[in-house]
Ligand binder design. Structure first.
Ligand code: HEM
Length: 170
């Protein structure tokens, strides 16, 4: 029994499930509902919004770190050799890179988008009355950016899930 591998696999797969399942639920159902609700979505957003980044940073970080450790162990300390010589190694490598890209979208793309969203929402709130056309346009522009990054993120996570699922049997 290899306890290290068992623990790493448990961390990797459980956090991977929580990451991908959570991302799908948020992109597919939560964000569209908040968008449709407009200003009425604010009370929900102010409660749920701040809890999402720590959740996704934790589960995505655990997934990629445990996955990278597993990759290193499985390759016998020669990751490039495993990727170039073996279809299984190549598939885990492609999935691993896709998952790392999805992970890095957090600080590089999602963080500035959420900051801009908060600023746009705060400007609307502080205006008191109904939002001006400029305020609405600002919010719509950031929502469109978010929708585009969501698609890239889901494609990367999809590649990771499919390659991880089949790699062993190639
Ligand atoms: C969305 C992210 C990810 C998900 C959902 C995911 C999912 C999975 C699943 C379900 C397995 C079990 C496959 C099997 O035993 O046949 C697995 C294994 C593995 N994953 Fe990932 N993974 C992700 C990211 C990564 C990353 C970033 C790396 C490396 C950089 C990686 C490297 C590996 C390796 C090497 C294994 C084989 C572990 C072993 O049994 O020795 N994974 N992954």
């Amino acid at each position: 029994m290899d306890l290290v591998l068992i623990v790493l696999r448990l961390i990797h797969i459980v956090s991977g499930v929580l990451w991908v399942g959570g991302a799908f639920l948020v992109f597919r159902f939560v964000e569209p509902a908040i968008k449709d609700l407009g200003p009425q979505g604010e009370p929900f957003m102010s409660r749920v919004g701040p809890r999402l980044p720590p959740y996704f940073i934790t589960v995505s970080g655990l997934t990629v770190l445990a996955g990278t450790a597993l990759f290193w162990i499985d390759s016998g300390g020669d990751p490039i050799g495993w990727i170039t010589r073996d279809a299984t190694g190549l598939a885990f490598g492609i999935g691993g890179i896709a998952a790392w890209i999805a992970f890095l979208l957090g600080p590089i793309a999602f963080k500035p988008i959420f900051e801009e969203m908060e600023a746009a929402a705060a400007a609307m709130k502080s205006a008191g009355g109904p939002p001006t056309q400029e305020m609405v346009a600002r919010m719509e522009a950031v929502q469109e950016r978010l929708a585009r990054v969501n698609v890239v993120d889901l494609v990367m996570l999809g590649i990771a899930v499919v390659t991880m699922a089949i790699a062993r049997y190639l």
